[in-house]
Design a protein around this ligand. Structure first.
Ligand code: FES
Length: 141
């Protein structure tokens, strides 16, 4: 599990320190053009319904400017990751066959644990804590 700061550091490739504020987070379902910015989510935040995430696939969401991927690698098991590729920061939105593919240079990650399956990504995706409450998927970071 990584901290909120870890997600951003992974997103921009630096160990930036973000000022954290408590507020009501905004969740948006985005295309793949989102840019990472400092998060302000105070989690857990409801981002989706379990029926929104197909088995073996995933979907990207924006939580207060932080792009995250929610995946379901196996029936009833949900995972959360930073959607920002660790190679060059591309915001990913391509999840199929329990793999996350970066459409920029072709890196593949496991949709189960975020590990690198094939490069050029140098390291695993940052993890986001996911919980399920009834039909809701919540994240906190
Ligand atoms: S930015 Fe993802 S593989 Fe290069």
């Amino acid at each position: 599990m990584i901290s909120r700061r870890g997600v951003i550091a992974s997103a921009v490739g630096v160990s930036a320190v973000a000022a954290l504020t408590a507020c009501t987070p905004e969740v948006t379902d985005l295309g793949n053009t989102a840019e990472p910015s400092a998060p302000t989510a105070s989690g857990p935040v409801a981002v989706a319904k379990i029926t929104d995430i197909p088995i073996g696939s995933g979907k990207k969401f924006d939580v207060d400017g932080t792009p995250i991927l929610i995946t379901q690698p196996r029936a009833g098991e949900f995972r959360g990751f930073s959607a920002v590729c660790t190679h060059a920061g591309y915001v990913m939105n391509n999840v199929a066959n329990s793999e996350i593919k970066c459409d920029n240079h072709g890196a593949l990650y496991s949709a189960d644990d975020g590990s690198v399956i094939s490069g050029p990504a140098p390291r695993a995706l940052g993890k986001v804590e996911v919980t399920v409450d009834g039909d809701d998927i919540l994240v906190s970071f």
